[in-house]
Ligand binder design. Structure first.
Ligand SMILES: *[C@@H]1O[C@H](CO)[C@@H](O)[C@H](O)[C@H]1NC(C)=O
Ligand SMILES: *[C@@H]1O[C@H](CO)[C@@H](O)[C@H](O)[C@H]1NC(C)=O
Ligand SMILES: *[C@@H]1O[C@H](CO)[C@@H](O)[C@H](O)[C@H]1NC(C)=O
Ligand SMILES: *[C@@H]1O[C@H](CO)[C@@H](O)[C@H](O)[C@H]1NC(C)=O
Length: 425
C-alpha cells in the first residue's frame, strides 16, 4: 500500500536524480581571492597554474596578458568565432582596424588581432588573440574544493602595456558584458551561469569573487548571498560593455531628495579601476552642497569639524575625524541614497563615503568627473568606484540582466574577508 511518506520518498529520489543530472551537465562555480593594492586596484590570481594575478576591470570586454617568448604563442585565425567576438567592442579612442592582419610569413593567412586596453594608463595596443591556461578553485560556496584549469581566449600584450598596474600583475581580466570577458569564458568552459559575485575588500585582507553565480557563505556558516534582496535591472549605456543601473528616482541625502536641474533618471555605472565615485558636474555640485548642509544639521559635529582640504585633493569636504563618531557602518555621517529603478535604494554609509586621508582627517569620497571626451553619449551621472563597492556583495547576472547587492556587510557582522579559503582535508 502506498503511503504519503512513500510519495515523499519518491519525490526526494526523483529530485536527487534530477539534481545529480543537472549537476553533471554543469560544473561548479569557481572562487578566487580578490586582493587590493595600495593604488586601490584589485587583482585575482588566475593566470596559468602558478597562478599569476590579473587586474579586475568591470568595463573590460576581453582578458589580456603578456605573452611569453614573443612569437611562440599560436594565434587565432580571423574567421574564428572568438575573433569576431573580440571585435564587437573596441576601446575608447581606438580605430576599428578590422578582424586581423595578414600573417607576415604567409600573406594569405590572416591572423586575429585584438585591442588590449589598460584602464589605468588609458593606453590601447594591438595584440594577437591566442589561447592560454587559466585556473581557479572549484567551490561549493563554503570552501575551495581544488584547482580547475581551463583554456581561455585572450589577447597578447607587450610588457609596456602593464604600466600603472600593480607590481606582479601580468594583465587584465575584463569582467564586462561580452562573450570574451572572464565570467563568460568561465560560464562556457565550466557549464555554469554567466553571472558572478564580487565582494571587494576594504583594507589589507582578501575579498572574494565567485564566477558562475552563488552561493557564498561566510566561514561561520551564514549565507551572504541570501542577503542579496530583490534585483535591479541592468541597463545599457551607449556602446559601453560595462554595467549600468538607473537611479530613476534620483539621489537623497539623509532622507531628503537632492535638488537637480533635471529629474530624468540618472545612469549609475560601476568601475573597479577608479578609487572613488565620480559624479558628473550637474550632479556633483548639488550633492556636495546637500551633504555639507546635512553635516551642519547633524548637531554634534557643527563646531570646528569641517577642516580646510588643500592637501586632500581631489576631495572638497574634509572633517576633523576625531569629531566624527565611529560606528559599525563607518563614521556616523549623513547617508547618501541612490533611489533605483525597481524600488531599492543603494545606501552609502560612512564606511563607503568617508575616506581617511590621514590620522586626523576624513573626507567625503565623491569627486567630480573630469570633462569627458567628446563622445556622442553623455557621461553617466555617477560612476561608483572601489571605495563605494567595498564590503558589499554584488551579484552581476548577465543571464538575467540584473544586479543584486547585499548592502553594507560590516553592519551585519559580516565582511568580504569572511570566506573560508582553507581546502577541506
Ligand atoms: C586553490 O585554493 C588553495 C587553498 O586556498 C590555494 O592554495 C591555491 O592556490 C588555489 N588554487 C588556485 C588555482 O587558485
Ligand atoms: C529610499 O530612500 C528614500 C529617501 O531616504 C526613502 O524615502 C525611501 O523610503 C527609501 N526606499 C526604500 C525602499 O528604502
Ligand atoms: C580636531 O578635534 C580635536 C578634538 O576636538 C582637537 O583637539 C584638534 O585640535 C582638532 N584638530 C584640528 C586640526 O582642528
Ligand atoms: C574552514 O574550513 C576548514 C575545512 O573545511 C575547516 O577545517 C575549518 O574549521 C574552517 N574554518 C572556520 C573558521 O570555520
Amino acid at each position: 500500500m502506498w503511503q504519503p511518506k512513500d510519495l515523499v520518498l519518491v519525490a526526494i529520489s526523483l529530485c536527487v536524480l534530477a539534481c545529480t543530472v543537472a549537476g553533471d551537465g554543469g560544473g561548479r562555480p569557481l572562487v578566487t581571492a580578490v586582493t587590493r593594492d595600495a593604488t586601490s586596484l584589485y587583482t585575482i590570481p588566475v593566470k596559468s597554474s602558478r597562478p599569476l594575478p590579473l587586474v579586475l576591470d568591470l568595463s573590460g570586454p576581453i582578458v589580456w596578458s603578456t605573452c611569453d617568448g614573443g612569437a611562440s604563442h599560436d594565434t587565432l585565425e580571423c574567421n574564428n568565432m572568438d575573433c569576431m567576438r573580440a571585435h564587437r567592442f573596441h576601446p575608447p579612442n581606438c580605430q576599428h582596424t578590422g578582424y586581423g592582419m595578414p600573417d607576415a610569413h604567409n600573406p594569405y593567412r590572416c591572423k586575429c588581432t585584438a585591442h588590449p586596453h589598460n584602464p589605468v594608463s588609458g593606453d590601447t595596443a594591438s595584440g594577437d588573440m591566442t589561447r592560454v591556461t587559466l585556473s581557479a578553485n572549484a567551490t561549493d560556496g563554503r570552501n575551495p574544493l581544488g584547482p580547475v584549469s581551463f583554456t581561455a581566449v585572450t589577447s597578447c600584450a607587450l610588457d609596456s602595456l602593464l604600466a600603472g598596474l600593480p607590481v606582479g600583475a601580468v594583465g587584465v581580466a575584463g569582467l564586462a558584458r561580452s562573450g570574451l570577458a572572464f565570467p563568460a569564458q568561465v560560464s562556457r568552459t565550466q557549464g555554469v551561469a554567466n553571472s558572478f559575485a564580487l565582494c571587494l575588500p576594504s583594507g589589507q585582507g582578501n575579498g572574494v569573487a565567485i564566477f558562475g553565480g552563488g552561493p557564498l557563505f561566510a566561514a561561520n556558516g551564514r549565507s551572504i548571498t541570501e542577503l542579496l534582496g530583490s534585483r535591479t535591472p541592468l541597463r545599457k549605456h551607449g556602446e559601453s560593455p560595462g554595467y549600468y543601473i538607473s537611479a530613476s528616482r534620483g539621489i537623497a541625502v539623509d532622507g531628503a531628495r537632492v535638488p537637480l536641474d533635471s529629474y530624468a533618471p540618472l545612469t549609475i555605472g560601476f568601475s573597479t579601476t577608479i578609487p572613488y565615485a565620480e559624479l558628473r558636474h550637474d550632479v556633483y555640485r548639488p550633492l556636495i552642497n546637500a551633504f555639507d548642509q546635512a553635516m551642519e544639521r547633524q548637531g554634534a559635529i557643527t563646531t570646528g569639524a569641517r577642516v580646510p582640504s588643500p592637501a586632500a585633493a581631489p576631495f572638497e569636504l574634509c572633517y576633523n575625524s576625531s569629531r566624527l563618531s565611529p560606528t559599525r557602518f563607518g563614521y556616523f555621517v549623513p547617508t547618501v541614497e541612490l533611489m533605483l529603478e525597481g524600488g531599492r535604494n543603494w545606501t552609502v554609509f560612512g564606511i563607503n563615503s568617508m575616506a581617511q586621508v590621514n590620522r586626523a582627517t576624513a573626507c567625503f569620497a565623491f569627486v567630480e568627473m573630469k570633462a569627458g571626451d567628446k563622445s556622442c553619449v553623455a557621461a553617466p551621472a555617477v560612476v561608483l568606484g572601489g571605495f563605494q563597492m567595498q564590503q558589499n556583495l554584488l551579484m552581476f547576472d548577465e543571464e538575467k540582466q540584473t544586479l543584486g547587492f547585499t548592502g553594507q556587510l560590516t553592519g551585519r557582522g559580516l565582511s568580504c574577508g569572511h570566506f573560508n579559503f582553507t581546502m577541506p582535508a
